[in-house]
Design a protein around this ligand. Structure first.
Ligand code: FES
Length: 353
């Protein structure tokens, strides 16, 4: 039974007198019409069973989603279509989408039906009161909450409540299921490139693949390079190209601010990873006057005279350098791998090398 916060019982209002000084009379509330479930025990039970049934349908929807996610994939031949075809993708989207839609829809439908048929629906007028009530008022409020909970009948409807808990607990599994199929972790693949797998390779021009001699590299010029041994037949060619991409530039050794970096080059010719340490765009712009390399994506700027340190932009670490030498025929070669893992920085970049 509801009570006012001052402890008195709320009243259903029919008609109140108009305010002193005029105004409209309070029209009051229309007479309350009890619902079928208020006056008939069988109707109440039926509504309760229907709510429980809808929650269970939601569980079924979740199961359909999970089963479809693994069994009706576009990557394998399934009962509906050949693997890898647009038709297989269409079926996969349709069945997983339907499963999720059923799961979400029936939770909502059950909640609405519960509220409309089983929750108390009488309207009550409660007089205004001070913001903080007296101790008696607060005690009465606590009792009101307790009696309100009792009126919802949660304690008397264990099947329905259990079904609701099952539906709400099952739905998050549908969210977790796709996480289990994310690709494998990269491990330490980013710590090694094709340069390190085959030490002593010549530096070759990107695309035409011709090796580069030290004498080919004019002052303040830039070359985009790849390992000479990385050909169309190389396994995982595109991945290897993405990791091995490098640039070489030639600067006047007198401008050098970083002896360690200069010692990894030859007569002012220095090689750096072309992959930006911010989020991996190709750093392909070289300013001849300032000797800065620029990433076109977010304008990170690297000072070639100072070991490609970041002097502007969101990147956090220098471009990894590729130590180079000259072989007996005058060609530039890389005796090993980059000095650091290439690509965007990540939290364990200095571990597990
Ligand atoms: S990717 Fe290079 S600055 Fe963002």
């Amino acid at each position: 039974m509801n009570t006012n916060t001052d402890g008195s019982s709320p009243t259903r209002v029919s008609t109140l007198a108009p305010k002193e000084g005029g105004g409209f009379p309070n029209p009051g509330l229309p007479p309350h019409t009890p619902r079928q479930t208020d006056i008939s025990k069988p109707a109440e039970k039926r509504a309760e069973r229907l709510v429980a049934f809808m929650f269970l349908l939601s569980v079924v929807g979740t199961v359909i989603f999970i089963a479809a996610y693994f069994l009706v994939t576009p990557l394998d031949t399934n009962i509906f279509a050949e693997e890898g075809t647009p038709r297989a993708l269409w079926w996969s989207n349709l069945v997983t989408g339907l499963g999720l839609a059923i799961a979400v829809f029936f939770i909502g439908a059950a909640a609405v039906h519960w509220a409309k048929t089983l929750m108390p629906d009488e309207e009550w007028v409660e007089e205004r009161h001070d913001v903080r009530g007296s101790d008696e008022t607060r005690k009465a409020a606590a009792e009101m909450i307790t009696s309100g909970l009792a009126e919802t009948g949660i304690g008397r409807r264990p099947v329905m409540v259990t079904a609701m808990v099952a539906a709400l607990a099952a739905l998050p599994i549908a969210v977790l299921a796709p996480l289990s199929t994310l690709g494998p972790l990269p491990g330490n693949k980013l710590h090694h490139t094709f340069w390190g797998q085959n030490p002593g390779q010549r530096l070759a021009r990107d695309h035409d693949g011709t090796p580069i001699k030290l004498s080919d590299v004019a002052m303040n010029s830039i070359f985009h390079v790849m390992p000479e041994g990385l050909t169309d037949e190389t396994p995982h060619r595109l991945e290897e190209r993405a990791k091995a991409a490098a640039v070489i530039v030639r600067i006047d050794p007198k401008l050098a601010k970083n002896d360690e970096s200069m010692s990894m080059g030859v007569e002012g010719v220095l090689a750096f990873s072309k992959i930006c340490t911010h989020v991996g765009c190709p750093v392909a712009l070289f300013e001849q006057q300032t000797h800065h390399m620029l990433c076109p994506c977010h304008q990170s700027t690297f000072d070639v005279t100072d070991g490609a340190k970041v002097i502007f932009g969101p990147a956090h670490r220098p471009l990894p350098q590729l130590p180079i030498e000259v072989d007996a025929e005058g060609y530039l070669v890389a005796p090993g791998d980059f000095t650091e893992p290439i690509g965007p920085s990540f939290w364990n970049i200095h571990k597990d090398k």
